[in-house]
Design a protein around this ligand. Structure first.
Ligand SMILES: [Zn+2]
Ligand SMILES: [Zn+2]
Ligand SMILES: [Zn+2]
Length: 665
């Protein structure tokens, strides 16, 4: 029997029931009309069924409001307008009354259905829809969200369920910290996480007043529309922390008029924001279990020229020269909460969100004038998430250890732990052991594998102390038995001697102060480092004892044979090159044969390709693959594999990659 909408008790489908009741088509109509009146069948295909009752309200000469499912604001420039949020779209019927004949754009503050449920009408009328960059997927890929959003085993309790039910084509994005310009208006786009994580507020001058279109960050003076949107993880106060941060930044902007998505526009902004911040602080204090608010994080001076921010998700260090220029080592998310809140829902193709942090304090308290150079201790997103912002908005140059260059510039190339999706252009790189001078300081950089292959240890004398920036190589435990701990993540590229190499380098250079990737800097103690070295040597012995292959790196590194790039991008109807990179951990040459396993209809330029890799080295080979012109648009991301034989032994499909298929129209 074909599965239908079957009642468990009777085994009778709903359609059978209606047919058997002898009511035919009429019964279907009745079922669709809750009032019981025999009217037109309900058009359930439509996203809009009712009409708001009021008309346009003029707030100032060129600013209008319609109370719809949310507040819809129209900003006029002669006969043209832009709309902030859209509700049911009914406003399009009213704009003629105020002399508007053309809508140039709809700008959304966030992705909730009450903001955009009428967007299909804007699409039909060819009005471009702009959405917050970090919520783009909730609009144009909403159907994937609904296919993959788990309801069972729910501990991520964020109300992202308030997402539209159908995809909405996106005309452009509102990128955090950029400016949106239209006619005589320009609006700063502020990330204002809280009510939703990717929410933005638009702040700019309208009719001589500084106006903030704030979405649902604040409802009215001292009030939010609801508290449930301010909880993302089970039992947490995470969204409250985000909202306090966003409200505080909003307050610093000093808007004269706040135009919220629900509630009335209001002028008492300073008092209204302060009241709400105060109330939310009270909630956080009562229910966070003693946690610290992100907005209260404060950098501190380790030495006169070295300032540490350790409450940020990874520790971020500012070496501030006498000139006021700074060299940063790492600059990630504003706090552990911001990192995990932004990380959990980050979509497949994009980077997680970011808010600027610590710069105001570094300027006002520590004499920072500019961020000249930024360097990652290693390639992990929790240490890098702020780099694109510092490059784009503060003109920072990026320097790094040489093996990180390609990972940062081509993040789609790799399948490693913790990659930041946004490419970062590198201005300068350093070899193992290379020294360089920046301002009055001299540095020496070394390869420091273990936590990840792509990590440096950097030594520099600051205010008489020999400081080592060690990334995530090891951390203090606070326990008297084992003072330092390390970690091991196989996906980060680990070989049997990686950790041992790293600790030896650090011991050799005898730092006085260790500045770790998480937590506060601490005084270095040779005896503790020696104990850690002993443990890491034991770890190496353990690898050899437990892994079946005597060349045990094959059992540590899942990427010894790997595709490059790991995430292909390919246009339907065209071809692109894929490479297979192989590291030979044997002490003899390795002969490898590979055949691609492709989706139906795709073609590889060669059926089998072969490669001989010298012992202990990397080699690569590859071929081009082509995608049919009429590739199914419902399969925009697919997996490819390589079927592999090494020195006559058939290993099977031990390498894979994914491909995103793009279309010209
Ligand atoms: Zn909302
Ligand atoms: Zn880290
Ligand atoms: Zn790390």
């Amino acid at each position: 029997m074909k599965k239908g909408n079957t009642s468990r008790k009777s085994g009778v489908t709903r359609r059978d029931f209606l047919r058997n009741a002898g009511t035919g088509l009429m019964a279907v109509e009745m079922a669709g009309v809750s009032t019981g009146k025999a009217t037109e069948p309900a058009n359930s295909d439509s996203a809009v069924h009712f009409t708001p009752t009021g008309g346009l309200i003029q707030i100032s000469p060129n600013l209008y409001l319609l109370r719809d499912t949310c507040n819809v604001y129209a900003l006029r420039d002669g006969s043209r307008t832009i709309l902030i949020d859209f509700g049911s779209g009914h406003i399009l019927n009213l704009l003629g009354n105020i002399g508007v004949s053309k809508v140039d754009a709809v700008l959304h503050t966030h992705h909730h259905r009450d903001q955009c449920q009428g967007d299909a009408r804007a699409v039909a009328e060819r009005i471009p829809i702009f959405v917050p960059e970090h919520e783009r997927h909730f609009f144009e890929d909403a159907e994937t969200y609904w296919r993959t959003r788990r309801v069972f085993h729910q501990y991520y309790v964020c109300n992202d369920f308030f997402t539209v039910t159908r995809n909405i084509p996106v005309g452009g994005v509102l990128r955090d910290y950029d400016t949106y310009r239209w006619g005589p208006y320009s609006f700063a786009i502020h990330p204002t996480p809280g009510h939703t994580l990717g929410s933005v507020s638009l702040i700019g001058a309208v009719d001589g007043k500084k106006v903030a279109f704030s979405g649902d960050l604040i409802h009215s003076p001292g009030k939010v529309a609801n508290l449930y949107e301010l909880q993302y993880q089970y039992g947490s106060t995470d969204g409250v922390d985000c909202a306090i941060f966003a409200l505080t930044r909003m307050r610093e902007q000093g808007p004269e008029l706040i135009c919220p998505s629900h509630g009335d526009p209001f002028n008492q902004t300073e008092q209204g924001l302060a009241d709400l911040i105060g109330k939310l602080r009270g909630w956080f204090t009562a229910y966070s279990g003693g946690g610290a608010l992100t907005v209260d994080n404060k950098p501190y001076a380790v030495t006169p020229h070295l300032v540490a921010s350790y409450q940020t998700t990874s520790s971020s260090y500012a070496l501030i020269s006498d000139s006021g220029k700074a060299l940063f080592v790492d600059y990630g998310s504003a706090s552990g909460n911001f990192f995990s809140s932004y990380n959990t829902p980050a979509p497949v193709h994009d980077r997680m969100g970011f808010v600027e942090h610590t710069l105001p304090e570094l300027k006002s308290r520590f004499g920072l004038k500019s961020v000249d150079v930024i360097m990652p201790s290693h390639m992990h997103d929790d240490h890098l998430n702020g780099f694109p912002h510092l490059v784009r908005h503060h003109g920072a140059k990026v320097w790094c250890y040489e093996n990180m260059v390609d990972v940062l510039q081509n993040p789609r190339g790799y399948n490693l732990g913790c990659i930041l999706a946004e490419p970062i252009k590198i201005d300068r790189s350093f070899r193992n052991g290379e020294t360089f001078k920046w301002e009055e300081f001299e540095f020496q950089v070394f390869h420091s594998p273990g936590h990840t292959e792509y990590q440096m240890a950097m030594f520099v004398t600051i205010d008489g102390a020999r400081v080592a920036f060690t990334g995530d190589a090891f951390f203090p435990t606070g326990s008297p038995d084992s003072l330092l701990r390390h970690n091991l993540i196989f996906r980060n590229w680990v070989e049997n001697d990686s950790h041992v190499k790293s600790i030896r380098t650090i011991l050799e250079h005898e730092p006085n102060v260790v500045a770790p990737g998480h937590g506060k800097p601490f005084l270095s103690n040779k005896a503790d480092l020696e104990i850690l070295k002993g443990r890491l040597e034991d770890q190496q012995k353990y690898f050899f004892s437990v892994i079946a292959d005597p060349d045990c790196n094959f059992g540590l590194n899942p990427s010894w044979v790997r595709f490059y790039p790991y995430q292909l991008r390919i246009k339907a109807g065209s071809s692109c090159d894929v490479a297979l990179h192989v590291r030979n951990y044997r002490s003899a040459p390795m002969h490898l044969e590979a055949a691609l396993v492709l989706p139906p209809g795709w073609k590889a330029a060669s059926e089998v390709f072969e490669l001989t890799i010298p012992p202990g080295q990397d080699s690569s080979t590859g071929c081009s693959v082509s995608v049919p012109e009429d590739w199914d648009r419902n399969k925009p991301r697919v997996a490819l594999a390589a079927d592999i034989r090494v020195d006559g032994a058939y290993l099977g499909q031990i390498a894979e990659c994914v491909a995103d298929i793009e279309y010209s129209t």
